[in-house]
Design a protein around this ligand. Structure first.
Ligand code: FEO
Ligand code: CA
Ligand code: CA
Length: 644
């Protein structure tokens, strides 16, 4: 998402009830900040596991090998222009553009004659998350897999002629329906042919999921009265998913789509005194960014006050069965979900890490009640319906307390308006408020590493944090450039209710003292970044970070490789950058690390940009070509792992 939806809605912040100005001072004075970084994971693990530091250091060495060789690609320069740039020695090829056909009978892309009927047969808009599910080689022996791509939102003013930005009333019913068809996701088979990676047009796996696709609601909130609408008295059947930002792929090969800024798609005014008033306010509903509600009643809260409660969830899709019904898994809570990366804990349970991307909102994890059955895919079908959702409190002593969102425990009871677990999940944010979770600087991707027991948390930025509102894990007020937190799960036990945390790096320009960045001095003038958003681990377990807002520093968003080990820990290396107006999403490596898929989102946007006058016409560059959000595939010339 671009940065239009960042308005804080956490009442704890509005009320000034949170945080103390000197917390970070105490923390910094107790720990040598940079000096302590390298050793902290093992030491913190000791604190959690009740072992001595020496024992833990030995255990960390044995149990958690830290390979991560240095990256060897030549850096690209910071900069901003109308094209993309990749490190020398690598090739960036277009794989799929907005409007590209997915089937032989898909209408050709015609930006002047768009329709929902065409769009639903084509690749959608504003690609974000990318998942990759390997398949066996095809008949010709080409390796490949299923690409699962989210289409987060639509940029109406860039997609359609004659539309002014932020003028939802200016649209027609046809535009609304086309936008609904451009949201959601695409599942598409891709193959590495002798010509390089290609989509398989007409593959039986290919599928479009839109904001109108029938879905089921499952888990503890399914069927609850607050989930019922005039069109669905069961509270279990909903049309569509939207604002699908990042996501995840489960160990059994299903696709998790995270519903993020769903508030913007609703219009209207709730009836005076409606019981959902406070709940909707906490989610920013109705945002009124889109005009859909003028034509489709369920997007108008005055007509369907409960419809917003049916969005803001994690959706599980089985890509192996294109006829399957996607399921909204309410056990994972309702908020502005950024991602849903998964890992199997040592005892076999599944853990899902999730960020709630809004200023002053929270980091979560879900621990399934049952265990993953690696030998029986079907046995995992409903694993995400039962388990415990936790919200994170980052304490100044370097521990994370994972606080369970369980009805009846602590303040989560009827006296606070929580009458059931369904209420807790529908209003997960308010439950987190009451439990004392730590308000963060826009939590985005949260990525667990099964090799090391570590978890990387991207915090994009938060320029609304005032002096005095800092906390240990969010140490800068007016945090325009974000930071990255490392969580160490003790002994690699991802289910732990107590973990350790440390800041890997405070982002921004290290040459400007007032920024307060903490890059390792090995970082070059091109190697630092601002506003970390999505991230990925490559085949060697190395961390790569993409940005949404680096352009705030005068250079385009892009992808950086980040060292997390040894003397270069906390340094960055610039690998790829997007054309003007875009953010970079989705980084996803193939399991062998030899291909890297990237999602270039909202190219051509910017102050005053429009369909008629975008800031770039990437990637087609025709005289009247609109910019097209696209997925690229990066490979190394001559083969080999991306990143060296
Ligand atoms: Fe959709 Fe949080 O970016
Ligand atoms: Ca973002
Ligand atoms: Ca994002």
């Amino acid at each position: 998402m671009d940065q239009s939806e960042n308005t804080p809605v956490n009442p704890r912040i509005a009320a000034g009830a949170e945080t103390i100005g000197d917390v970070i001072e105490r923390r910094l004075s107790r720990r040598g900040f940079l000096g302590g970084l390298t050793a902290v994971s093992g030491l913190a693990l000791a604190a959690c596991a009740g072992r001595t530091q020496d024992e833990a250091a030995a255990a960390a060495t044995q149990e958690m090998p830290r390979p991560a060789p240095a990256f060897s690609f030549p850096e690209i320069p910071r900069g901003m222009d109308k094209i993309h740039h990749v490190a020398e020695g690598y090739n960036a090829a277009l794989l799929l553009r907005w409007g590209d056909p997915l089937w032989a009978d898909s209408p050709a892309f015609d930006p002047l004659n768009q329709s929902a009927a065409a769009q639903v047969r084509q690749f959608g808009y504003n690609n974000d998350f990318i998942g990759f599910i390997p398949l066996d080689p095809d008949a010709e022996g080409h390796p490949g897999g299923l690409l699962c791509v989210n289409h987060e939102y639509t940029s109406t003013h860039l997609m359609f002629p004659g539309i002014k930005e932020d003028d939802p009333k200016g649209i027609t019913r046809d535009i609304a329906l086309t936008e609904i068809a451009a949201h959601g996701g695409t599942i598409v088979e891709v193959r590495n042919t002798y010509q390089g990676w290609r989509p398989v047009i007409g593959s039986p796996f290919n599928r479009r999921i839109t904001a109108d696709t029938p879905m089921l609601i499952t888990g503890p909130a399914a069927g609850h009265v607050r989930m019922q609408t005039k069109a669905d008295l069961t509270g279990t059947a909903v049309l569509g998913t939207m604002n699908n930002c990042a996501g995840g792929i489960t160990p059994w090969g299903t696709y998790l789509m995270a519903e993020e800024n769903i508030n913007g798609n609703f219009l209207g005014t709730l009836p005076e005194g409606h019981p959902e008033t406070a709940n909707h306010k906490r989610m920013g509903v109705p945002g009124g960014w889109y005009g859909w509600g003028a034509f489709i009643d369920r997007f108008d809260v005055s007509k369907e006050p409960n419809e917003p409660n049916r969005f803001g969830w994690i959706v599980e899709v089985d890509p192996m069965d294109p006829a399957s019904t996607p399921k909204k898994r309410t056990a994972l809570g309702r908020f502005k979900h950024e991602g849903a990366e998964t890992v199997i804990a040592p005892d076999g349970r599944l853990v899902v890490y999730m960020g709630d991307d809004q200023r002053f909102d929270y980091v979560y994890k879900f621990v399934s009640a049952g265990k993953v059955d690696p030998a029986n895919r079907a046995a995992n079908a409903d694993l995400l319906d039962t388990g415990t959702l936790y919200v994170a409190r980052f304490d100044e002593d370097g521990t994370v307390a994972w606080l369970p969102l369980v009805h009846g425990q602590g303040p989560l009871n009827a006296s606070n308006g929580f009458y059931s677990q369904a209420d807790v999940l529908i209003e997960a944010r308010r439950a987190g408020d009451l439990l004392g979770a730590t308000p963060m600087d826009r939590p985005e991707d949260v990525e667990p590493d099964p090799r090391t027991g570590r978890v990387w948390v991207m915090l994009t930025n938060n320029d609304r944090r005032k002096p005095g509102e800092e906390n240990a894990a969010n140490p800068r007020h007016t945090n325009r450039f974000g930071h990255i937190i490392e969580i160490a799960e003790p002994g690699g036990d991802f289910t732990s209710e107590t973990s350790a945390w440390e800041i890997l790096v405070r982002c921004g320009d290290p040459a400007i003292a007032e920024v307060g960045a903490t890059w390792n001095p090995f970082t070059s003038e091109n190697g630092w970044l601002a506003s970390p958003d999505n991230c990925a681990l490559d085949a060697k377990g190395r961390l790569w970070v993409s940005t949404d807002g680096n352009d705030d520093t005068g250079a385009a968003d892009g992808l950086w490789a980040i060292e997390t080990e040894g003397k270069r820990r906390g340094s960055g290396r610039h690998f790829f950058r997007v054309p003007i107006g875009a953010e970079l999403c989705g980084p996803r490596f193939t399991p062998d690390g030899e291909a890297l898929f990237l999602a270039v989102q909202h190219p051509g946007d910017g102050e005053g940009a429009s369909f008629e006058a975008p800031t770039t016409r990437w990637p087609d560059f025709g005289e009247a070509s609109p910019p097209r959000p696209s997925v690229l595939v990066i490979t190394r010339n001559g083969g080999g792992p991306v990143g060296g």
